[in-house]
Design a protein around this ligand. Structure first.
Ligand SMILES: [Cu+2]
Length: 245
């Protein structure tokens, strides 16, 4: 249902869409039913001259059942949503598949910086490739991201992945994604982070392995001249460790 509005380009996107659909259908059913009954009662029991208003306490058993039965039916729907949410949570947050690549994502007012391994395939080495507001990844490859913030709370959001994760200063939060579709899509900041929050957007480029390698070769030659826009405490520590041998 959601893919009608925004396409899905990640391995777990369909699970999250299904959960949204379940919530929309169950909550939508009760919302429409409640509104229909409300408007029917407004019309049916509207003020009439010949019939004075009555005070109904709702304490009789015959009256209570009109509250208790729908109440319990809604609780059953809640349990169905919770069970669905637990399944999706375990799949996305707890069962991490084997990781192929690692990247670092750094939020700051008001840009996203990305660090990924260069040709040696290792993160935090001299040939790392740093980019600002552009993330280049390979399709059908599982990435672990390490998310950091240098100033305030940001939220790393990739709508086509159905991925949204807060970036908290002083913490490194890890997660994963696997792109299933090639293309160029939006990255957003999804947490009010100051005046420039609305322009804190970036792009993700999902390419085949060959095209990604071409980009990497071209970028690796520029690596030495590329400066990171943001430097997080964890990176400063790593630089210190390298300097200390
Ligand atoms: Cu923001």
């Amino acid at each position: 249902m959601l893919t009608h509005f925004i396409e899905n380009a990640s391995s777990f996107g369909q699970d999250i869409d299904s959960l949204f659909s379940l919530i929309t259908i169950l909550a939508g059913f009760w919302f429409i039913l409640a509104e229909l009954i409300l408007f029917y009662f407004i019309f049916r029991f509207r003020r009439k001259k010949e019939e004075p208003a009555k005070y109904v306490t709702g304490e009789k058993k015959s009256e209570m059942k009109w509250i208790k039965i729908p109440h319990h039916l809604i609780l059953v729907c809640d349990v169905a949503i919770v069970i669905g949410a637990i399944f999706v949570w375990v799949k996305v947050k707890q069962d991490t598949p084997p990781i192929d690549e690692e990247i670092r994502v750094i939020g700051q007012q008001w840009a996203w910086s990305f660090v990924q391994p260069g040709p040696d395939g290792l993160l935090d080495t001299a040939d790392d490739i740093s980019t600002v507001d552009k993330l280049h990844i390979k399709v059908d490859t599982t990435y672990r991201f390490h998310l950091e913030s240098v100033d305030v709370v940001h939220s790393f959001s990739v709508p086509v992945f159905r991925l949204k994760q807060d970036a908290v200063p002083g913490r490194t939060i890890s997660g994963w994604f696997k792109a299933t579709k090639e293309g160029e899509f939006d990255i957003q900041c999804a947490e009010m982070c100051g005046l420039g929050h609305g322009v804190m957007a970036a792009r993700i480029f999902i390419q085949s392995e060959e095209k990604h390698n071409e980009w990497m070769t071209a970028s690796a030659s520029r690596t030495n001249s590329t400066q990171l826009l943001a430097t997080t405490p964890s990176q400063k520590n790593k630089t210190k460790q390298k300097q200390n041998g």
